[in-house]
Design a protein around this ligand. Sequence first.
Ligand SMILES: Nc1ncnc2c1ncn2[C@@H]1O[C@H](COP(=O)(O)OP(=O)(O)O)[C@@H](O)[C@H]1O
Ligand SMILES: [Mg+2]
Length: 339
Amino acid sequence: MATTHLHESFPAFHFEGDILPAALPLNQAEVVNGKVVIGGLAESLGRAAYNGLVLAADKAVELGSRAEHAGPSRFAFTEEPSWREGREASAHDVRFGHMNFEGPDGDISRPVAVKIFEGDLEAAMHEYAATRLVRQADLIRTFNPVGLAMVGKNPALITDFEPQVRSFDNFEWGTLLDTQDDPDMLTAIIEKCALTLGLLHSTPVRNPQEDDVVVPSHGDARLRNMAWDQSGLRLVDLETFSANTFTVQPDGGLSEEDSVRLHEVVLRDLLLLLGSLSERGVLAENTLAEKQAFYDEHLLGVYRMVLRHPATDVGWKHLIDFDILQEGINFDLENFGGS
Ligand SMILES: Nc1ncnc2c1ncn2[C@@H]1O[C@H](COP(=O)(O)OP(=O)(O)O)[C@@H](O)[C@H]1O
Ligand SMILES: [Mg+2]
């Protein structure tokens, strides 16, 4: 019997509208009072209010906009429902398809992903800005933002669709764990996730208040929000990204309160990853001591190596105490089995 896919019973999603000029180039993200912002973004989206699209400056140039030349003026998105397969683990019901741009030089079509934030403009702007911020440092890949659109009255983040990217929740975990035939593969995946978190936390963020350090964190650092493809590691879903700001005291350290918060912030990402591994049944058969030793080596060990590495420009690495992180991980494994 033929399998019926869910998408076959719904009509493909379609929307279209005007492309609006941005108030400012909309590429340069910065952290102001702990919030990631891009100047002119809210104003530009205000103009887009209904069914409009504001393009990122680099995309506008790619699509033929120049000062003396208007660039595309209309867009239309048509869903390719089959592209969703394997990407359904999505709270926002992300859709994939072609976006057609109607311009003076004819039509250009690009494959894109559309992530709609039901009525939540702040959240859409935040993810757009956070993605720009992470890309600026060029340490870790993310999906490439095309712009922000209003789909009716709902804001949406539009990114270039990259079909080769499969998040780690798409691995055949059952097979991998059942057969135990490739422990190296399992270790490799966990180390790649640890590397991803190390790189994210090391992302240098330009910072208007000179004495502050900014420590980026993901906030939902589960397997489903990290990926790996032939071009490397990838961070997915920056909706819960935060730029955590800490004030360095005259003696070069943090206040007690800030130090506790710093360790909580980075530990939270590590524990979310650990929880999503346990959910998949990783090391389910092992003793507590074996689990603790494994994660000490492959999760914390790799993470620590990235943060301490001379090539990562982590101005705050002396503020972190890896023993506290190790205790946090061991406590979590002991009391909650890692989830
Ligand atoms: N531009 C893109 N190209 C390929 N896959 C994408 C793209 N954007 C999102 N995805 C995939 O869609 C799924 C959901 O995206 P995500 O950003 O995590 O949204 P949500 O908040 O709904 O979880 C993930 O599996 C992610 O890898
Ligand atoms: Mg997600």
